[in-house]
Design a protein around this ligand. Structure first.
Ligand SMILES: [Cu+2]
Length: 585
């Protein structure tokens, strides 16, 4: 019995309390039968009524050989797998054993407003040592997740997977299924992480280019240097929190030895990837295996086969792979290349596969800065721009037209506005797509079923704003405290355009309603609950405003949300006045 097997089997029995990682049942290797990861057993099942009990507590758990104090759900990080079938009625009793408030938000689930679980927005929170019962009908299918919306509990392990089987079955066959939850762990108290970022926004960026290096002109020409200075940013500011403090987790396990999933040669395997991180975008690949994407944001898409995909915080992608009789590494590299989460898929536990090296750290580009560009610079979009001359070039055919931003009227909360913004849905994202690998892009996503497209009744434009030097994050230059509401009218068709004035990617999430991503696929427009808006990008989405109540709309980088990149989308019947409590916040 090797160390991995030993720790796994003994900790599963609770025999190694405090000595090994406690692995949720669904994340243990499944040999032979069953071929589905075991979900939490319902407390009771009566017809379509499925009842679960979830207990939130503090526990000391091991991450990469070191003990940390986690917030657990039923004793593990991540929490148990919750499984439903479309058409079920969910009853979820959440028992809070903490000495502080908690909550569970069901990410991507369409439900009555009072069951959405955002304290101070649509429910009071779950008080210390009390129980709250969620009750809602399951009206959709797909891979989702759930997490705390209270303080920094999500960073401490308060998240888990939620899978809903379609009433009519999935439109593709598979022999075995795994859930892969990616997340990030820090032994620092998350509020200290935030303090560090506020005191010195590049606190965790040990990859920073030195000022002397810049002045010597090693990496950039003069115009670039001036631009960076203007932005108060650095070309290596890809993530706020990096591998300097994060341990990157796959199914709750640090990379050595990492998560293990077993299969039998010849099987088709469905892997449900969920990014439950507080601050990490991952680039996922399984060297040697093409990845066929069949679901995005929990919704079926026309299969598209790639070598790699970027998964933003809170996104989900379902992937089908067909491994041969050998071991494979499931490699999830952090976007800033400061570390990785890792797992192994193999027919036997004794097998391992080579672990790829981290790729070179990417640099932000002129495109990311929203610089006005012509020709060759535009033609090189998606590649590192730092140091490239931007003169005398011609526009590349097919490049979306840049749109001038105009004056930066977002006040001091916005460091600067880009000169131009444009659609970047066809781009794989920073650091990807220039090494021959086929990378998933948003324009690839094509819904399996056609949608009825209605012309928008109303259009709104929101700018994602920030000041990296002061670590301020906001929307239209205002924090949630300063400007809490986005009013919406029940029944309207809304076009929401987001313009990212910052140089960081923001995974924007709307609760309670689908957003449909206008990616050029016509009536096959894909539904998303979360969309990554790249630096200097302009993205538009259509929303059927069909659910009454106050719904959270926010950036899913936990620290950006905490600092105010957050709004309440308040859906009311036409003609209703805004309740006083929302004006006086
Ligand atoms: Cu953000």
């Amino acid at each position: 019995m090797n160390r991995r097997t030993f720790i796994r089997s003994f900790s599963a029995l609770g025999l190694l309390a405090g000595a090994g990682p406690l692995i949720p049942a669904w994340a243990r290797p499944l040999s032979g039968i069953p071929v589905r990861p075991p979900a939490l057993s319902p407390t009771r099942r009566t017809g379509r009524l499925v009842e679960y009990d979830l207990t939130i507590d503090h526990m000391r758990l091991e991450f990469g050989g070191r003990m940390g104090k986690a917030v657990t759900i039923n004793g593990t990080v991540p929490g148990p797998l919750l499984r439903f079938t479309e058409g079920d009625e969910a009853v979820l009793r959440v028992h809070n054993r903490l000495d502080e408030d908690t909550s569970i938000h069901w990410h991507g689930i369409l439900l009555p407003n009072g069951m959405d679980g955002v304290p101070g927005v649509n429910f009071p929170g779950i008080k210390a040592r009390s129980t709250f019962e969620y009750h809602y009908p399951i009206k959709q299918y797909g891979t989702y997740w759930y997490h705390s919306h209270s303080a920094f509990q999500e960073q401490l392990g308060h998240y888990g997977p939620l899978v809903i089987d379609p009433a009519g079955g999935d439109p593709y066959a598979f022999d075995r299924e795994y859930v892969v939850v990616l997340s990030d762990w820090t032994f620092e108290n998350p509020s200290d992480v935030l303090d560090n970022l506020k005191n010195r926004p590049n606190y965790y960026n040990f990859q920073r280019q030195t000022l002397t290096g810049l002045l010597k002109g090693e990496d950039m020409n003069l115009r670039d240097r001036l631009s960076w200075d203007r932005m108060r940013m650095d070309a290596t500011d890809i993530s706020d929190v990096t591998g300097a403090t994060y341990t990157y987790l796959m199914n709750g396990q640090a990379p050595d030895p990492g998560w293990f999933g077993q299969f039998q040669p010849g099987e088709r395997i469905l892997v449900r990837f969920i990014n439950a991180s507080a601050g990490t975008f991952y680039d996922v690949r399984i060297p040697g295996l093409p990845l066929t994407i069949v679901q995005a944001s929990g919704q079926h898409v026309e299969p598209v086969t790639v070598d790699e995909f970027r998964i933003g915080i809170a996104e989900t992608f379902d992937v089908i792979v067909e491994p041969k009789d050998k071991a494979y590494t499931v490699f999830a590299e952090s976007m800033d290349r400061s570390g990785y989460a890792r797992g192994t898929l193999a027919p036997r536990e004794s097998m391992t596969a080579p672990v790829p090296g981290l790729r070179e750290r990417p640099l932000l580009s002129m495109m990311d800065m929203g610089m006005q560009m012509t020709g060759a610079t535009a033609a090189m979009q998606g590649h590192d721009m730092a140091g490239h001359n931007m003169d005398d070039q011609e526009a590349m055919p097919g490049t979306p037209e840049p749109i001038p931003h105009g004056a930066n009227n977002h006040g001091p909360a916005n460091a600067m506005a880009p000169d131009v913004t444009r659609s970047r849905l066809h781009e794989p994202g920073i650091g990807l797509g220039n090494d021959g690998r086929r990378v998933l892009v948003y324009t690839d996503l094509r819904a399996l079923r056609a949608e009825t497209i209605r012309a928008p009744d109303r259009e709104i434009e929101l700018h994602l704003t920030g000041n990296m030097e002061r670590y301020m994050w906001s929307i239209d230059g205002k924090t949630y405290a300063e400007e809490p509401l986005i009013p919406m009218t029940l029944g309207e068709q809304l076009r929401l355009t987001m313009v990212n004035d910052t140089m960081m990617s923001h995974p924007m999430h709307l609760h309670g309603m689908w957003m449909k991503l206008e990616n050029g696929q016509g009536e096959r427009i894909p539904r998303v609950h979360t969309v990554v808006v790249k630096p200097a990008e302009r993205v538009s989405l259509l929303i059927d405003v069909d659910a009454l109540g106050p719904w959270a709309f926010h950036c899913h980088v936990l620290y950006h949300m905490e600092l105010g990149m957050f709004r309440v989308a308040l859906v009311q019947p036409a003609g209703a006045t805004i309740p006083a409590e929302f004006n006086s916040r």
